[in-house]
Design a protein around this ligand. Structure first.
Ligand SMILES: Nc1ncnc2c1ncn2[C@@H]1O[C@H](COP(=O)(O)OP(=O)(O)OP(=O)(O)O)[C@@H](O)[C@H]1O
Ligand SMILES: [Mg+2]
Length: 410
């Protein structure tokens, strides 16, 4: 036995005795005061609420009071003698008033994988920002699920603390490996009488945006690829990659309008699972020379990658690149964008996720750019305005794109 092996073996039990609850580890970081502030930041006053419901203030007020009297919605917040309607109030009220939303269009759910094997190209920032921008819009009230398939687990920062929870936080990988693992919480919950569907439902968490849900990941999710390769070595098949679709996506697809899957900068069975489960791939890239070259090589290898999937990638109907961290003031970035447009034709979004300090400030404060208010001074007003304005344009383009790919044959 080598020196290192014997040292680690002697540490063995100490290394595994740390039995932590994921629930506590995640929520210990989220201060309830912060969440209350974010929820309040996203609230609207009576005039704005009436406008969103396309009613006069008096009609809205009367209908709101009727909804409260009927127990449909709790009373709005009262701040400085003024009503504040949270996003949650607005969702319940707008549904009660039967105001149409995105799901009424009868479009097919789009399952979208954000992928680029190059690290740090803005995949997670794009996934979170797009998901939040789609879900926060009260006109659409789009139902969005964000699945974190990157074991780095950055998206769990957005989960909302719950008062009661019947199971600890499980991940997509816990669902995918399921009862094949003898040890572990999934098996334990099954033996307690929970069904797979119940365990999955308990693992999908609410966020401060009512129609945005997150299925988080943890570092232990790395084990999925190892398990898939071991299975491959024994049987010669890579059927593990079908499991995200079968055990997660197919079970919840009808509950959402869009499902976004964030994957890490890898080429492995976990990432292939997202490819197998998705309808389309968004490739975020930064318009810098080295990143663009890596992205080109990723794109040229993608067909080989897709061919390797059990269904030869037939499920993937479209791919589209998206420039991220784009510095509009830099000639250098503009030059790279022109080059990317020349190469990609219409396989690139015309809008970009611009470079703004607001994205970093939001990530540090465990929220999105939509949750920040200028008075909080988390970043300069100029940076926040820039991020919000350009993201709104990107969202509009994305919505039009979703309509075109979800409507009919493509
Ligand atoms: N538009 C932007 N403006 C400013 N900073 C950004 C922007 N997009 C991403 N960043 C920053 O760049 C870094 C990398 O972004 P992100 O984590 O989203 O990339 P990623 O592709 O998910 O990385 P990984 O490959 O490690 O998963 C982060 O620090 C993030 O805050
Ligand atoms: Mg990431």
């Amino acid at each position: 036995m080598s020196y290192v092996t014997s040292k680690l073996t002697s540490l063995g039990e100490k290394l595994t005795e740390f039995n932590y609850s994921r629930y506590q580890s995640v929520y210990a970081q989220r201060m309830s005061g912060d969440i209350e502030r974010i929820i309040e930041n996203n609230s609207v006053n009576m005039n704005e609420a009436a406008k969103l419901c396309r009613m006069s203030r008096n009609t809205f007020k009367a209908k709101y009071e009727e909804a409260v009297a009927n127990g449909i919605v709790p009373e709005a917040l009262l701040k400085h003698n003024k009503y504040l309607f949270t996003l949650k109030h607005m969702h319940v009220l707008m549904d009660y008033f039967e105001i149409p939303k995105w799901s009424d269009k009868g479009l097919k759910t789009q399952v979208i994988n954000l992928q680029n094997q190059k690290g740090g190209t803005g995949k997670s920032t794009t996934a979170t920002t797009l998901a939040a921008s789609l879900a926060i819009g009260l006109h659409e009230r789009m139902r969005v699920l964000l699945i974190d398939l990157d074991p780095q687990g950055s998206l769990r920062n957005y989960l909302l603390p719950q008062e009661n929870y019947s199971t600890d936080i499980l991940t997509a990988v816990d669902m995918m490996l399921g009862d094949e693992e003898e040890e572990g919480l999934y098996r334990q919950y099954l033996s307690q009488g929970f069904t797979h569907e119940e365990i999955l439902a308990n693992s999908i968490h609410e966020t401060h945006i009512p129609s945005l849900h997150v299925l988080p990941s943890f570092s232990e999710d790395e084990r999925f690829s190892q398990s898939a390769w071991l299975h491959y070595a024994k049987t010669g098949n890579l059927n593990h990659v079908e499991r995200l679709k079968e055990t997660v996506i197919d079970k919840v697809k009808n509950d959402y309008d869009v499902i976004l899957i964030d994957t890490g900068p890898h080429i492995n069975p976990l990432v292939w699972s997202a490819q197998y489960a998705c309808d389309g791939i968004v490739v975020p890239f930064t318009p810098r020379e080295l990143d663009w070259h890596s992205t080109c090589s990723f794109l040229s290898n993608l067909p080989i990658n897709l061919e390797m999937l059990p269904n030869k990638g037939e499920n993937v109907k479209w791919f589209k690149c998206l420039a991220t961290n784009y510095n509009i003031e830099f000639g250098r970035d503009k030059h790279m964008m022109d080059e990317a447009r020349r190469v990609l034709g219409d396989n690139i979004f015309s809008s970009q996720l611009v470079s703004s300090y607001a994205f970093e400030a939001a990530a540090r404060n465990q929220c999105t750019i939509f949750d920040i208010r200028k008075v909080e001074n988390l970043c300069s007003d100029k940076q926040l305005d820039k991020a919000l304005t350009y993201t709104e344009t990107l969202k509009d383009e994305f919505l039009r794109f979703l309509e075109s790919v979800s409507g009919g044959e493509f």
